[in-house]
Write a protein that binds this ligand. Structure first.
Ligand SMILES: Nc1ncnc2c1ncn2[C@@H]1O[C@H](COP(=O)(O)OP(=O)(O)O)[C@@H](O)[C@H]1O
Ligand SMILES: [Mg+2]
Length: 352
C-alpha cells in the first residue's frame, strides 16, 4: 500500500550527501503526491551544485522505485537561493553578513581534539596581526559550549539592542557569542533539530557583530545538522580542519573535510593539535601520538598543513583560566600567530 507516511519513512533513511542528517528532518521535502501508482516528490534545495541534486535524485528514485507496486517516480527540485557567496561554484569568497569581511569555520570529525582551543587561540592570534584586525568568535557548539569559559566570561549575560539583536560579549578584544552565555548552570543543553537550527541562525545573523575583519566559527564535532545550518546561513569563506596525529582522528577528519567539499566550502588547511608533548622541564618535544599524521592528511586533501600545536600543560591551564595562550609569547603562542599570519593572506580557493 503506497501512502505518504510510508514514503516519508523511506525518504528519512536518505542522508543529505556527505552529512549524517536525513533529507526529511532537514526539511527538504516540500510535498509528496500520489496518483494511482505514480509518485511525485517536490524538494527544496539551497545549493546550485548539480552534483548534490543528482545524488539526491538518484537516492530518492532508487529508494522509491524499489517499493512493490510503484509505477513512475518523478522528482521536482525547487532551487532556493543559497546564502550570497555560496553560489555552489565555490569561487566566491564573500561574507553574506553585512560588515563581516571573512568567515572561517573550525571543524573536526571527533570531539576533544582541541577545536575550541584552536578557535579561541586563532581568534586571538588573528587580532594580534598587523593593523589589529577586528575579530569575532561564534561558538556554534550548542551542546558543548566552551568559548565562554576559555575567555573567562561564563558569568556574562549578553544584552539586546533596540532592534532585538544580541550584543556579543567582549573579552581580550574579541567579540564572543556562545550558548555558555545563555545557560544559567552547567546543565546540558537540550536543543535538537529545529531549535538548534534557530539558535545557530540567531547566533550568526541575530547578533550585532558590527564591523569585523574575521568571524571565527567554532563548530561542534562531526557532520551533523549544525554544520549544514551554518553553511546554509552564512557564506563561509573557508574551513580549517583540526585533527590529532592518531589514525582514528584522521579518519573522522576526512569525513568532516569531505562534507564541506560537498557543499563547496573550501578547506583552507589542516591544523594538527597535540602533535607532540612539549615537556615543561626540558623543552623537548615528544611525539606521543606519532608523527606526520597532519602532514599526510593535508597532502591527501590537497591543502596546506597550517601548523602543528604541541600538547602542553600551559595551553590547557590557560584555557581553563580564561586567558588564551595566544595572548602570550610562548612557543605555542608563536605557533598560533604563525598560522594567523598565513590566514591573513588572501584566501586562495583550491581548484577542484
Ligand atoms: N594543545 C593542547 N595542549 C594541552 N591541552 C589541550 C590542547 N588542546 C586542547 N587541550 C585541552 O583538551 C581539552 C579538549 O579541548 P577542546 O578545545 O575543548 O576540544 P574540542 O573543542 O575539539 O572538543 C581541553 O581541556 C583543552 O584545554
Ligand atoms: Mg569544543
Amino acid at each position: 500500500m503506497i501512502n505518504e507516511t510510508a514514503i516519508r519513512d523511506i525518504l528519512s533513511s536518505i542522508n543529505y550527501p556527505g552529512f549524517s542528517r536525513d533529507i526529511v528532518s532537514f526539511g527538504l521535502i516540500k510535498s509528496i503526491s500520489i496518483a494511482g501508482i505514480d509518485i511525485t516528490v517536490k524538494l527544496e534545495l539551497a545549493t546550485r551544485d548539480p552534483e548534490i541534486a543528482q545524488q539526491i535524485h538518484a537516492d530518492v528514485e532508487g529508494a522509491l522505485s524499489s517499493i512493490d507496486g510503484v509505477g513512475k517516480v518523478s522528482l521536482d527540485f525547487d532551487i532556493k537561493d543559497p546564502p550570497e557567496g555560496n553560489d555552489g561554484s565555490g569561487s566566491v569568497n564573500r561574507s553574506s553578513i553585512p560588515g563581516i569581511a571573512k568567515v572561517i569555520a573550525i571543524a573536526s570529525g571527533k570531539g576533544g581534539v582541541g577545536k575550541s582551543t584552536v578557535a579561541a587561540n586563532l581568534a586571538v592570534a588573528l587580532s594580534r596581526q598587523e593593523g589589529s584586525p577586528r575579530v569575532g568568535l561564534c561558538d556554534c557548539d550548542l551542546y558543548g559550549p566552551s568559548i565562554a569559559l576559555m575567555f573567562g566570561r561564563e558569568d556574562a549575560r549578553p544584552m539586546a539592542t533596540e532592534q532585538n539583536e544580541i550584543i556579543p560579549i567582549e573579552a581580550h578584544g574579541i567579540k564572543l557569542m556562545s550558548m555558555g552565555f545563555l545557560l544559567d548552570d552547567q546543565s546540558p543543553v537540550i536543543v535538537r533539530g529545529p531549535l538548534a537550527t534557530r539558535y545557530t541562525q540567531q547566533f550568526l545573523r541575530g547578533c550585532s557583530w558590527g564591523e569585523l575583519d574575521y568571524l571565527v566559527i567554532d563548530l561542534p564535532p562531526g557532520t551533523g545538522d549544525i554544520q549544514l545550518t551554518v553553511v546554509q546561513t552564512v557564506a563561509v569563506d573557508g574551513v580549517i580542519v583540526v585533527t590529532t596525529p592518531q589514525e582514528m582522528a584522521l579518519i573522522d577528519a576526512r569525513k568532516a573535510a569531505s562534507m564541506f567539499a560537498k557543499v563547496n566550502v573550501p578547506i583552507l588547511g589542516v591544523i594538527e593539535n597535540m602533535s607532540s608533548f612539549l615537556c615543561p622541564s626540558d623543552g623537548i618535544h615528544y611525539a606521543i601520538f606519532g608523527e606526520g599524521g597532519g602532514q599526510k592528511e593535508a597532502l591527501r586533501l590537497g591543502v596546506p598543513l597550517l601548523g602543528q600545536i604541541p600538547i602542553e600543560m600551559d595551553t590547557r591551564k590557560a584555557g581553563d583560566a580564561g586567558i588564551p595562550v595566544a595572548l602570550g609569547d610562548s612557543e605555542t603562542a608563536r605557533a598560533f600567530l604563525h598560522i594567523a599570519e598565513k590566514l591573513a593572506e588572501p584566501i586562495i580557493t583550491p581548484s577542484a
